[in-house]
Design a protein around this ligand. Structure first.
Ligand SMILES: Cc1cc2nc3c(=O)[nH]c(=O)nc-3n(C[C@H](O)[C@H](O)[C@H](O)COP(=O)(O)OP(=O)(O)OC[C@H]3O[C@@H](n4cnc5c(N)ncnc54)[C@H](O)[C@@H]3O)c2cc1C
Length: 567
């Protein structure tokens, strides 16, 4: 296979060699010597898997991207010099993002341009900035590029993947199956029966009645009509049953707190199992861009964080059970027993409850019936692409709503934010308010709320909105994403561990004041049941951040070690 880099040329014939179909890395620099050097190094490191296309200016590279897009060819990465006459790197990347939104974006800068690169992180959602010179490439270039390409490949593989799911876009069952596959990183291709001719053909060949959707066609030829999530998980080999009789630690919940506990627990020799009812990642897995997590100056998406943490936990030996919900907890002597929704019971010396919080649902007329059929709770990532050229409404005024609005702003034609408060300032971080304001296709309506959702053909079509003066207006909408806060779902612990009046779990000194049974003091993250710990958003008085959830999850493991030594 040729490993040559190619001079990017807009014109291309229809006859494409196999080598040309490798995904592209497009490099732009106006200085021929630098362009040649970076292309040479990239070719040397990645030429086997990627084509390296060179371009001398932003406009020329944009033309190349249009060509690639027309031919349906994949672009994995854009690398651009910042200082170029006519069109600086940041402007090029902004325009290029509209053509190839999934490609990783890297800015090449001299030390003097670091400020511009940092500013570009928000402007163009930059993934990384590389300082010139990048010698030696083995240390300064390859690790960064490899990491970004691995992330890109994980996304591309998911979309090209083996399982095919055919369904209606606006059906709750279809949405749930798609969301499960995406969030559990099962490679799958989604086919919309209304829009996709191939979907109808596949149904015909498989002999499936169009009334029995969604249908999952597995790689081994199995056809699953209207599968339950548990059935699908079992058939796809997503672990749903425990491998051991007894564990040192059962972690309930696979958000940042639970994943951190799984990583630290397993790495420190505890037999650790993590139980997650949906998919690892928790709320953070729904975040389009976490910007304030230490060590990731360009931010990282929640799904990326979840993927990295899940791989890390597994590599270190933690067992992960998904699509299993903890439904009861009891203490029997030194054992702590967790009953699972699938019927099994996990036995452990310690339990960490890291079950976070769940989105609050709107009970406004029309919303409950249309959930999954145009109304979504935090399902931003799964639905974003289907929203291109559409009108999307985001309800809520906090950071999660702001992130979603900015994210959808990159796909949808128009985004309307309905914010109940009079301003965004009280509820949203300053940096997000700036990002929302910078997007001309986002319309923020403060003092406004949805009072009804109307359907047509079983899917959301219109929202009735009440404005600050009580006036009402009907908006034609394609999808509505709701982010109106969250609450803990800890009913399954009723009567077992002490909770506050909103359901958050008490720990440490609060637990001591709420019926702690022993002479010794509880550890700071220990609940009213000795040996049962709590971490992350579900803990009363916790700070609702990824970093603090990760901190508490890892800290809990160290306290659990102390508990086990003393027990
Ligand atoms: C859209 C959005 C954007 C955000 N952006 C940021 C940001 O930029 N920066 C930041 O610092 N924070 C951000 N946050 C907040 C951050 O995501 C949370 O603070 C963090 O995820 C809390 O982690 P956790 O592990 O405690 O709980 P969660 O993330 O809520 O995870 C809990 C997990 O437990 C599972 N679970 C619950 N009950 C059970 C049960 N009974 N059995 C099995 N599993 C169960 C759930 O399915 C879930 O996966 C954002 C939140 C949202 C929703």
């Amino acid at each position: 296979m040729s490993a040559e880099s190619e001079r990017a040329a807009p014109a291309a014939g229809p006859e494409q060699s196999a080598a040309r179909r490798r995904p592209a890395i497009v490099v732009v620099d106006d200085e021929p010597a630098v362009l040649a050097a970076v292309s040479r190094d990239l070719r040397r490191g990645f030429g086997e898997r990627y084509r390296v296309l060179r371009s001398g200016s932003g406009p020329e590279a944009l033309e190349v991207l249009r060509e690639l897009r027309t031919r349906g060819e994949a672009v994995a990465m854009l690398i651009a010099d910042q200082r170029m006459p006519g069109m600086p790197g940041t402007e090029y990347l902004t325009q290029a993002r509209r053509l190839v939104p999934d490609a990783k974006r890297v800015l090449l800068t001299a030390y003097a341009d670091t400020e511009a690169a940092i500013a570009a992180i928000n402007e163009v959602a930059l993934d990384y900035y590389l300082l010139k010179p990048w010698d030696p490439p083995e240390e300064q270039l390859y690790p960064v590029v490899e990491d970004l390409l691995t992330t890109w490949e994980a996304g591309a593989a998911l979309e090209a993947g083996g399982v095919r799911v055919i369904g209606h876009r606006f059906s709750k069952e279809s949405h749930d199956v798609r969301d499960f596959l995406v969030r559990n990183r099962v490679p799958a291709r989604w086919l919309d029966v209304e829009r996709d001719g191939e979907a109808r053909e596949l149904l015909r060949v498989a002999g499936v009645d169009g009334e029995r959707l969604p249908v999952a066609l597995l790689e081994d030829g199995t056809v699953l009509e209207r599968p339950t999530i548990l059935e699908l998980a079992e058939r796809l080999g997503v672990a749903v049953a425990p491998a051991q009789d007894h564990y040192d630690l059962v972690v309930v919940g696979g958000g940042p707190a639970g994943l951190a506990a799984a990583v630290y627990g397993a790495s420190e020799g505890l037999r650790t199992v993590m139980v997650e009812r949906e998919a690892p990642g928790g709320q953070a897995g729904q975040s389009s861009r976490i910007e304030n997590y230490l060590g990731f100056p360009a931010g990282l998406s929640g799904s990326d964080l979840a993927r990295r943490a899940t791989d890390q936990a597994r590599r270190l030996g933690a067992e992960l059970l998904t699509v299993q919900e903890a439904v009861a907890l009891r203490a029997e002597g030194a054992a702590r027993l967790v009953t699972l929704s699938g019927g099994g019971v996990l036995s452990a010396s310690c339990v960490l409850v890291a079950s976070g919080v769940s989105y609050r649902q709107l009970d406004t007329p029309g919303f409950p019936e249309l959930t999954g059929a145009g109304v979504y709770y935090g399902a931003a990532m799964t639905e974003a692409r289907a929203c291109s050229d559409q009108h999307v409404v985001v309800i809520g005024g906090a950071n999660s709503a702001g992130q979603a609005a900015v994210y959808f702003g990159g796909y949808a034609a128009r985004v309307t934010m309905l914010v109940r408060g009079a301003t965004l300032e009280k509820s949203m971080s300053h940096y997000l308010i700036e990002q929302v304001a910078a997007r001309p296709n986002i319309d923020v309506r403060t003092g406004s709320s949805a009072v009804a959702a109307d359907a047509e053909d079983g899917r959301l079509r219109r929202l009735r909105v009440r404005g600050p003066e009580g006036e009402e207006e009907t908006l034609a909408v394609d999808a509505c994403f709701v982010f109106i806060g969250a609450s803990p779902r800890t009913d399954w612990l009723e009567g077992v561990v002490a909770r506050d009046d909103r359901g958050f779990i008490l720990a440490g000194r609060d637990a001591q004041a709420a019926g702690w049974p022993l002479q010794r003091e509880p550890y700071v993250l220990e609940t009213t049941v000795p040996g049962v710990f709590v971490a992350g958003d579900v803990r009363a008085r916790s700070i609702k951040r990824v970093a603090s959830a990760v901190g508490e999850g890892s800290m809990a493991v160290s306290l659990i070690h102390e508990y086990l030594v003393e027990a």
